[in-house]
Design a protein around this ligand. Sequence first.
Ligand SMILES: Nc1ncnc2c1ncn2[C@@H]1O[C@H](COP(=O)(O)OP(=O)(O)OP(=O)(O)O)[C@@H](O)[C@H]1O
Ligand SMILES: [Mg+2]
Length: 154
Amino acid sequence: METAILKNNSEIIDTIISNSPEETIEFGRKFAESLASGTVVALVGEMGSGKTTFVNGVCEGLKIEGSVSSPTFTLINEYYGVLPVYHFDFYRIADAADASEMGCEDYFYGDGVCLIEWPENVESIIPQKKIEVRFKNYFEQGFDTKRKIQIIRK
Ligand SMILES: Nc1ncnc2c1ncn2[C@@H]1O[C@H](COP(=O)(O)OP(=O)(O)OP(=O)(O)O)[C@@H](O)[C@H]1O
Ligand SMILES: [Mg+2]
């Protein structure tokens, strides 16, 4: 466990290296244990860095039955387990106003757990208080299945 205070008062809670999708799922499963009702989780990382894979683990940890797929075209998937889970993918959204019109803030400030891919695309409406999960790949270094995953409390 690594804890460090960053400049803007956010705090690195954990950093891990994953070497396979299975390890990322397992990390997501463990991370789910720390989730409380109303938590917003921003998943930040390039395409294919493992955000949806991690969400699969989180959903397993929250005892959600059935398969979890990426809401690339539907924008939001809702699941009900130990807590309600709202999984967003804003890759294709035009801007924050569009997300706002769809009522996304009701979810962000509601009682479920929000797991948000591509939060950068709707940054102005994402709550300041959130957990950020950062994914880094090592494709350029020649490692196809290595990822760094950091949990940051904001
Ligand atoms: N260590 C790892 N952790 C997670 N995924 C991995 C890992 N190694 C390889 N992969 C592969 O990388 C891909 C990750 O895809 P995933 O859909 O989770 O990414 P994503 O960040 O959600 O991408 P997008 O931005 O397109 O939604 C999968 O094909 C997975 O099998
Ligand atoms: Mg994804």
